[in-house]
Design a protein around this ligand. Structure first.
Ligand SMILES: Nc1ncnc2c1ncn2[C@@H]1O[C@H](COP(=O)(O)OP(=O)(O)O)[C@@H](O)[C@H]1O
Ligand SMILES: O=P(O)(O)OC[C@H](O)CO
Length: 615
């Protein structure tokens, strides 16, 4: 066993900050440094800046040495990073060809709509575990190919290299072209949509679907904990220290929470919020809006997870801080939200990037419902915190359906988990205890564990047992299930009412981010009959409503087609869609009655027309 004065470093390249932490064998951070950075809106994000990492390493090492340690006692380094964010560079020169497109970015929305119409689209998720959406790296790469001439030129010349943040950082930390260490760990690679979840290799069907097979340099996929694959740091304060661990940040948090057994789950409230549920060594493909993903792969069999991804969590708080000037620092959100007793009737669907799991509504937009003259900042702050908690509840419900297992406790971490009110609200909504560990840098800890296992700082999971085990806080549910169920129903209604805004021509809004060439036309929806002279502003919404109508049309004895043709289809669909958002049996009955009304109305109109014609 290594002496206890050996350490492992961990680079955490998050969405809003870069950190470097040095952990001891007890899993305690002994020194760290963090640099926050901002993204460029609505244009592309920057390529993750290696100089931030160098600064963090230098500063943390300085603090570490000030405690009497020597830098040579840092045995290896782990990397953890925001996933899906897409980076392209020239394979020959190592030069980045465009800014990174960050995982939250929705500019590929039209591309996604078009891809959904392509043969084979429905099978993708059964191969890679991910739904076709703006979230994955694949559609971001296609957007670059369609819109950035430099990227297209490199593609045509055969020099285009693609990677997620891990691949880029490993490549850069090794010194770029000369060493050419071009690898990605399986937890990151599995987020691209190019990788077969069972083989953990690039899948020809997937590469063909996206049209990139043999045309783009892709990183070699390697295990998350490996003594040699990731190379060594080429320069700086930790030059020659080997990189031995690499995990996407959500996988790292699961490892940092020691969620090593099937049935264990964690929820990380960072920029977004991600619930990962360990399902063991076989992937579980969700039928309820969740993702199948690699939890970690430490050699041997990979371990898989079901994932519920929420696009906006802490970024909603940043929105209140930076855009609405509600407070100076994120931590103040708790006090502001506690300044009122409840949300005052406000529900905030924070769909800044559409809605992710379990809804997957690309065209939803952020919407606050229930504002009155009475509404205060505190109500909106509270509604912002609640939005993430409601989505977590929806994800847990889906997870229970997919796994057949009810969670007994939810382990949490990430910046927003510092809000006691948010965590209490979470426990109240899901009716199980929420456990927040004492040390919340679990993401960085996970990467340190991956690197530490490879270098022999730890030898097995049993040795990790006492790490961060004591001193946490448990939030017990205090609210009656009925009460939280009623609130949740209101949330679900708000979700349905937030749909379709992006496609609405009448809104006159500017698309926040999107293809500038205007070439791609909105997708045609094959579910719809052609409607004379009516422009269809939002095909997905109508398609959804038509599906619902179809489901009950037998009972309603009305023809969907007749409604579409004789009744203004968009208005009908919108009206029905917003009122009958969640079709349980009672709603179906209501919809049935409503359809009857529509039918009667149409008959009356026809009758009146015939009467007036005959005069
Ligand atoms: N005390 C706090 N209460 C609520 N939210 C917080 C608090 N501290 C940080 N946050 C939020 O957490 C997010 C940062 O969390 P972090 O886990 O560092 O995310 P990331 O890894 O995505 O950069 C920010 O969006 C911020 O708004
Ligand atoms: O920055 P976070 O912590 O919200 O995590 C980003 C995720 O990896 C995106 O999938």
């Amino acid at each position: 066993m290594q002496p206890s004065n050996t350490f492992v470093g961990s680079i955490d390249q998050g969405t809003t900050s870069t950190r470097f932490l040095i952990f001891n064998r007890e899993g305690e951070p002994v020194a760290s440094h963090q640099v926050e950075f901002s993204q460029i809106y609505p244009n592309p994000g920057q390529v993750p800046d290696q100089s931030n990492i160098e600064t963090c390493i230098e500063e943390a090492v300085r603090k570490f040495e000030a405690q009497g340690h020597t830098r040579t006692s840092i045995q290896s380094i782990g990397i953890t990073n925001q996933r899906e964010t897409t980076i392209v560079w020239d394979h020959e020169t190592g030069e980045p060809l465009y800014n990174a497109i960050v995982w939250t970015d929705t500019r590929s929305q039209r591309i996604v709509a078009e891809l959904k119409q392509k043969p084979g689209a429905a099978q993708l998720q059964t191969l890679c575990g991910l739904p076709l959406s703006t979230y994955s790296s694949a559609t971001k790469l296609l957007w670059m190919l369609a819109n950035v001439p430099r990227v297209k030129n490199a593609f045509d010349r055969g020099t285009l290299a693609f990677g997620t943040v891990d691949a880029w950082l490993v490549y850069r930390l090794n010194g770029g072209v000369p060493a050419n260490v071009f690898v990605s760990d399986s937890t990151n690679a599995s987020r691209t949509m190019f990788v077969n979840l069972e083989t953990l290799q690039y899948d020809e069907t997937l590469l063909d679907f996206f049209g990139i097979r043999g045309k783009v340099h892709l990183p070699r996929i390697v295990p998350s904990s490996d003594a040699t694959a990731y190379g060594v740091v080429a320069s700086g304060a930790l030059a020659q220290v080997p990189i031995m661990g690499c995990l996407g940040d959500q996988s790292a948090a699961l490892v940092g929470q020691k969620g090593f057994s099937p049935g264990m789950a964690k929820n990380t409230y960072g920029t977004g919020c991600f619930l990962l549920y360990n399902v063991g060594d076989k992937p579980v493909f969700s039928t309820h809006g969740l993702l199948a993903t690699v939890a970690y792969h430490f050699g041997g069999k990979p371990i898989y997870a079901l994932e519920g991804s929420i696009a906006v969590a802490g970024s909603g708080i940043k929105f209140l801080q930076n855009n609405l000037n509600f407070f100076q620092e994120s931590k103040e959100v708790n006090g502001l939200a506690c300044s009122v007793e409840d949300n005052g009737g406000c529900v905030f669907v924070t769909a800044f990037s559409g809605l992710f799991a379990p809804y997957w509504i690309d065209d939803a937009k952020g919407t606050i419902f229930g504002i009155t003259q009475y509404t205060q900042k505190g109500h909106i702050a509270r509604a912002t915190l609640e939005a993430t908690c409601f989505q977590t509840k929806a994800i847990l419900d889906a997870m229970e359906k997919d796994s057949g297992h009810t969670l007994s406790e939810l382990a949490v971490d990430g910046g927003m988990s510092n809000s006691d009110l948010a965590m209490q609200t979470q426990a109240d909504l899901i009716s199980i205890p929420v456990y927040r560990p004492k040390m919340r840098e679990t993401t960085a800890l996970g990467a340190a564990i991956a690197a530490g296992l490879a270098v022999g700082l730890w030898h097995n999971f049993a040795e990790l047992r006492d790490i961060n085990r004591f001193g946490g806080v448990v939030f017990e549910p205090h609210v009656l299930r009925q009460e939280s169920a009623a609130k949740f129903r209101q949330w679900e209604k708000a979700v349905q009412m937030s749909r379709g805004w992006l496609g609405s021509k009448s809104a006159g809004q500017k698309e926040a981010v999107g293809p500038k060439d205007g070439k791609s036309a909105p997708a045609k929806n094959p579910d719809l009959p052609p409607s004379k002279g009516t422009q269809i502003p939002d095909t997905s919404l109508i398609s959804d409503v038509v599906k619902r109508i179809t489901a009950v049309k037998e009972r309603a004895r009305v023809s969907v087609k007749e409604i579409e043709v004789t009744h203004p289809p968009v208005q009908t669909a919108l009206a029905l869609g917003s009122v009958f958002c969640d079709l349980d049996d009672a709603d179906e009955e209501d919809l049935f009655l409503e359809l009857r009304k529509v039918e009667i109305l149409q008959r009356l109109r026809r009758l009146r027309k015939r009467q007036s014609d005959s005069y």
